[in-house]
Design a protein around this ligand. Structure first.
Ligand SMILES: NC(=O)c1ccc[n+]([C@@H]2O[C@H](COP(=O)([O-])OP(=O)(O)OC[C@H]3O[C@@H](n4cnc5c(N)ncnc54)[C@H](O)[C@@H]3O)[C@@H](O)[C@H]2O)c1
Length: 290
């Protein structure tokens, strides 16, 4: 079928007692797994590194920053038995990214999960946008996600099974509420388009990679407090007002609000879930207060 991989039909396995064998704690564990996080040197990606470490996972960070945020060193201090490494990489440069993935496999031995958090958001009216600026946003947010997913999937498909990961792996793309609704008070046409593409990519890959045991899901956060959004609020105080009053819950998300979800999606707790986008917005996607 056009080179498409389809798993052979499985006979019904009668195992009505299967649920008795593993506890919720077992299901959410990432013990011994290696997770790659693009854009993990600060912001949401770095908070996810803590979440992963807190359930026993090792983390490789790929980011364009020269140096990760100081919280990265706190991560290393807090979890001395786990492995963390940060690599300076631009996710839009395929050759460089490929070398970085090879290095991660050399350093960690394998890749069990991927989180794509590298992203940018430029605020500029549509009619004033320059082609180079639009291309940069699409390159980082969409192609960066695409390339990282491709390189991670190639490794997940070829690596040997282990006791903690029999097959494949799990990917979590960071999309955005902006994939669904325009951002109030901001001119972010390319950003919204890029995040829509990320949600669509997740759906397509979840289907295409299912036969390899690779699951692909995405998270669409609403306004989340990070250095990026705090900087925006400092420069444009009206945005601080919008971000705190527009959600029905009338506050921005703290990165803590996303930590449980990323662990769920990376772990066996979500073993039967793929091609899904989960919105965490304080309710904005359902309706806005103001
Ligand atoms: N903060 C929010 O309110 C919010 C809401 C919805 C979605 N998101 C998405 O979450 C993700 C993380 O956002 P954040 O708020 O943590 O922002 P952030 O700026 O704090 O983090 C983004 C990281 O991506 C890295 N990065 C940018 N371009 C790169 C490139 N070419 N190669 C490698 N790394 C690159 C940056 O260096 C940075 O460390 C982004 O994709 C963003 O669009 C954020």
């Amino acid at each position: 079928m056009n080179g498409q991989l389809v798993q052979p039909e499985q006979k019904l396995k009668r195992d009505a007692d299967g649920f008795l064998r593993r506890t919720v704690w077992d299901l959410f564990s990432l013990k011994s797994r290696t997770i790659v996080i693009t854009g993990g040197a600060r912001g949401i990606g770095l908070a996810f590194a803590f979440a992963i470490a807190e359930v026993g996972g090792n983390v490789a960070i790929l980011d364009a920053l020269d140096e990760p945020h100081e919280h990265f060193y706190e991560l290393q201090n807090r979890f001395k038995d786990l492995k963390f490494k940060s690599y300076k990489v631009d996710v839009t440069k395929y050759d460089v990214l490929e070398k970085a993935f090879d290095q991660v496999v050399k350093d960690f031995g394998r890749i069990d999960g991927l989180v794509t958090a590298a992203g940018i958001c430029t605020d500029e009216p549509f009619l004033e946008r320059k082609p180079e600026s639009v291309a940069r946003c699409i390159n980082i947010n969409v192609l960066g996600t695409y390339y990282a997913a491709q390189l991670a999937a190639a490794q997940m498909a070829r690596q040997e099974p282990t006791d903690f990961n029999q097959r494949g792996g799990s990917m979590v793309f960071i999309a955005s509420i902006a994939a669904y609704v325009a951002s109030k008070g901001q001119n972010t046409s390319d950003y919204c388009a890029s995040k829509g593409a990320v949600v669509s990519l997740c759906k397509a890959l979840g289907v295409e990679l299912a036969a390899m045991g690779i699951r692909v899901n995405s998270i669409s956060p609403g306004y989340t407090m990070t250095d990026m959004t705090l900087d925006l609020c400092d420069r444009m105080p009206h945005l601080a007002h919008i971000m705190t009053t527009e959600p029905p819950m009338r506050r921005m998300a703290d990165r803590t609000d996303l930590k449980g979800l990323v662990v769920y999606l990376l772990s066996e707790a979500s073993a039967y879930q793929t091609s899904e986008d989960i919105l965490v917005t304080g309710g904005i996607h359902a309706g806005r207060l103001l």
